[in-house]
Design a protein around this ligand. Structure first.
Ligand code: NAP
Length: 275
């Protein structure tokens, strides 16, 4: 039991398709005690049964990260119910729809500010608020995507937010290392979730990733969950500030692999024509 005796909080479970659900499942299977948060009252009903699945029915709290008071209230509740904690999972992102398709230069300041606040600053604010509860052997994990490192069609505003999130991970890692707190990010390959549904041509991204990654498959929330559990456990005790790709190796590719037909005509695995 790699997480036996460890307690933590997971922000960002929307349903059993969420990446955060995959991480919760892997951590619970290894003995972790997990608190969950939900965005608002109408979403509470979706999170409560999931918490119950992991024996955490008494550990479900509201937390809209755009409201600083709710993050403060979360700290008070966690302190009362769990005391010291050993891990935080930040699996939250949001950008207004207008920022996830169309011409990039048309993004508004309002959309930009919302995306940066919810998808990036929230990691800093949650860390700052919950730091007094973190043990001196603890681990924080956030979720990013390759669109924060390279151009990905339609990822637009979220790409800029993920780039900022990845650097935030590194600066936090340096800052908190002296307190025995590690901070890492998983860059997951595309997965069909509620958040992904907002990204234009997402089906195309899935097919492209599958066809052009070394492992020739898309990733599952269980696979991301297992890697997340590793980064939250003592197995990764010397790992911090990492952007760890869990994407079937897609990020290493500089060019799609080419097969040659008889006669020397090149053929790539999938050229996207049956979109
Ligand atoms: P998801 O199931 O929709 O999870 C996103 C979560 O963010 C939801 O629980 C959502 O709550 C929450 N959220 C949004 N605004 C919030 C706010 N103001 N306060 C608190 N919570 C808020 O989708 P997911 O794909 O698992 O996303 C989790 C993370 O993985 C995100 O950072 C995403 O960018 C990242 N990621 C996803 C993929 C992918 O292809 N799916 C790939 C790489 C990285 P509600 O649903 O209740 O609104």
């Amino acid at each position: 039991m790699l997480m036996k005796g460890k307690k933590g909080v997971i922000l960002g479970v929307a349903n059993d398709k969420s990446i955060a659900y995959g991480i919760a499942k892997a951590c619970a299977a290894q003995g972790a005690k997990i608190a969950f948060t939900y965005l608002n009252d109408s979403l509470k009903k979706r999170v409560e049964p999931i918490a119950a699945e992991f024996g955490s029915e008494a550990l479900v709290y509201p937390c809209d990260v755009s409201n600083p008071q709710e993050i403060k209230d979360l700290r008070i509740a966690l302190e009362k119910d769990l005391g010291e904690i050993d891990f935080i999972v930040h699996s939250i992102a949001f950008a207004p729809k207008e920022g996830l398709s169309g011409r990039f230069h048309n993004i508004t300041k309002e959309a930009f500010d919302i995306a940066m606040d919810i998808s990036v600053f929230s990691l800093i604010e949650v860390t700052k608020e919950l730091k007094p509860l973190l043990s001196n052997n603890s681990s924080i994990l956030t979720l990013t995507y390759y669109g924060g490192a390279k151009y990905i069609p339609n990822y637009n505003l979220m790409g800029v937010a993920k780039a900022a999130l990845e650097m935030t991970t590194k600066y936090l890692a340096e800052d908190l290392g002296k307190d025995g707190i590690r901070v890492n990010a998983i860059s997951a390959g595309p997965i069909r979730t509620l958040a992904a549904a907002g990204i234009g041509d997402f089906r195309f991204m899935l097919k492209w990733n599958e066809a052009h990654s070394p492992l020739k498959k898309n990733v599952s929330i269980d696979e991301v969950g297992n890697s997340g559990m590793y980064l939250l456990s003592d197995l990764s005790s010397a790992v911090t500030g990492e952007i760890h790709y869990v994407d079937s190796g897609f990020n290493i590719m500089g060019m799609p692999a080419v097969e040659f037909e008889e006669g020397g005509k090149p053929r790539i695995a999938w050229n996207g024509t049956d979109k």
